[in-house]
Design a protein around this ligand. Structure first.
Ligand code: ZN
Ligand code: ZN
Length: 203
């Protein structure tokens, strides 16, 4: 699997373009901002988005969703508990002096489930704590952890819907994944489950 990371927007959010070698379709995880930048990589790799997977509904993860959807007409996935937040002013853009109008998702994720998207089989793991509807996506030995698990840290729990208790349980859940799982977080650098299990103070 090939993973392209694009850092976008004022909070340096990580958008990921994921595709199989030789495939003409990709998955876009958290297109947070800077559509042109993301789209130039999609074009350079020749991989049309098959779906947009959102780890949660905060504005810094969703602001380029509309533009990608308009161009490629692909479905947008989000957990039921973040659906309303993503589509309204509740996406905390006002905390950061931004004005995100919000997005409408097409596919709602309930609990933990398997998403079957073209030739990709993705496990959606409900990991609340940063937001109620935070989801981590696990497939092919990779975990896209959004703002739940970071390199040596975890996401803030002081925004509406946040809970440190839920965060701890979610981190515990993620630590049951294979140690060599590569972690691709919503901000900052990559890690592995094994490294975080040993070194992350929140785990
Ligand atoms: Zn967030
Ligand atoms: Zn974020």
């Amino acid at each position: 699997m090939i993973v392209k990371r694009v850092s976008v927007g004022p909070l340096a959010e990580n958008c990921y373009i994921v595709f199989r070698e030789g495939s003409s379709g990709s998955l876009i995880i958290d297109p947070g901002d800077e559509f042109e930048k993301i789209d130039s990589i999609i074009n350079a790799c020749g991989v049309a988005p098959q779906a947009i997977l959102l780890t949660h509904g905060h504005f810094d993860h969703i602001m380029a969703v509309g533009a990608i959807k308009n161009k490629y007409n692909c479905p947008v996935y989000i957990h039921e508990d973040d659906f309303r937040m993503a589509s309204s002013g509740g996406n905390i853009s006002y905390y950061f002096g931004e004005n995100s109008l919000g997005i409408i998702a097409d596919k709602i994720i309930y609990g933990d489930c398997i998403l079957d998207i073209s030739d990709y089989k993705i496990k959606a793991i409900h990991t609340p704590g940063h937001t109620k509807g935070s989801v981590s996506y696990y497939f092919d030995g990779m975990l896209f952890s959004g703002d739940t698990l970071f390199l040596l840290s975890c996401g803030r729990t002081d925004f509406p819907g946040g809970s440190m208790g839920a965060m701890r349980q979610s981190l515990e859940k993620l630590m049951t994944l294979p140690l060599d799982t590569i972690v691709y977080p919503g901000h900052g650098d990559e890690s592995t489950i094994g490294f975080e299990k040993e070194n992350n103070p929140y785990v």
